[in-house]
Ligand binder design. Sequence first.
Ligand code: LLP
Length: 431
Amino acid sequence: MILSGTILVNNKQHLEIGGCDTVALASEFGTPLYVMDEDLMRENCRRYLQAIQKNYPRGKILYAGKAFLVLAMANLVKEEGLGLDVVSGGELYTALKAGFPPECLYFHGSNKSGEELLEALEAKAGRIVVDSFSELEELLELARSRQQKTAILLRIKPGIEAHTHDYIQTGQDDSKFGLGIPEAKEAVRLVLSSAPYLELKGFHCHLGSQIFQLEPYRLAARVMLNFMSQVRAETGYAASELDVGGGLGIHYLKSDNPPSIETFVETVAVAVREAAEQENFPLPELILEPGRSITGEAGVTLYRVGVIKDIPGVRRYVSVDGGMMDNIRPALYQARYEAMIANKALQEPVEMVTVAGKACESGDLLIEDTYLPPVEKGDILAVFSTGAYCYTMASNYNRNPRPAVIFVRNGKPRVVVRRETYDDLLAQDVL
Ligand code: LLP
């Protein structure tokens, strides 16, 4: 919406989101503040569902909770009819507390603890996505001792490099995630011989995140179908599900040009259909796990401008009241963002500044060298595309309370996470 579509400005020349004046939101709820456009998240869920229905006979969309998961988000995803990918006992707990149907939960994780596996079994999570041989053995043991049958997918490393930041690339051979192909075949044999406790439904892979080029997905479809066909030839087992993960990129900068949800889904669906045909393999159910492309562009973080420092001939630092504790992505991945001054929404961006966070770290720079209208203390700075991997990766560094999260829709804001207090910061401390 914001970067890929139109920026809405009201008659006070204030940035508007979900029909709400962002400057009014900042005064009502305080700053920093995560503001999420509920309609846009719902629309993205629907676009995924429609695209899979249009392009593939049996498809499923799971929202990847790691991008942003709180009770209200789990509810939204449930209402929109998507499944949910959870990656820890905490995400599982959140989903269950929101009343998410357990059979629609897919439990991921590269190092699930015994307790987490038990929690997933107790919850009767729809699928456990097994990431390693040792997890498989542990799960088998647990399922056997509980006399409980559970459905699993095996996560495979397809050996494909996607073009994205090294830290968010996962499908290549040298990765801590998933089983290499020879190991995976051994795992299949173990599962098949362990019947009836573990029911192997199929395979999973995930290439990485913030991906703009779709060729790696076409390649992954061929690698995975070829692997499935080899497994069938060697063991007689024909997988009925293929989960190709998430990863579609979004606009962080106006110049970013990610494929649309429709193009992404169609490309993957066609690639899987073609690969299945080539291998003469029955079409598996196709599962996608988008996270960022559902919530990312729906989020804007509002900050209040504080100290402004000029270093003559070098740069102007504009400090805001948040930073790496509410958005670690610039410091961790050199991620770039765009911003505007919400209370000067129609003014020309004429001065080059660096937006600095308030953490005691020189590296806490939210946006280096960006153009804004003349900035003054007290202005409200809106940073776009912060709806994914910002709140979920937030910390209390320097004992800063984490911001509130609000959903906005039809001109109405609602708090979905209240702002932390100083007492919240002490809540776990023991003297
Ligand atoms: N499925 C699996 C197994 C994943 O590991 C991920 C993301 C997804 C789905 C969702 O990917 P998405 O559609 O959101 O790209 N913190 C990083 C991103 C880490 C992504 C981890 N896995 C960032 O801020 O860029």
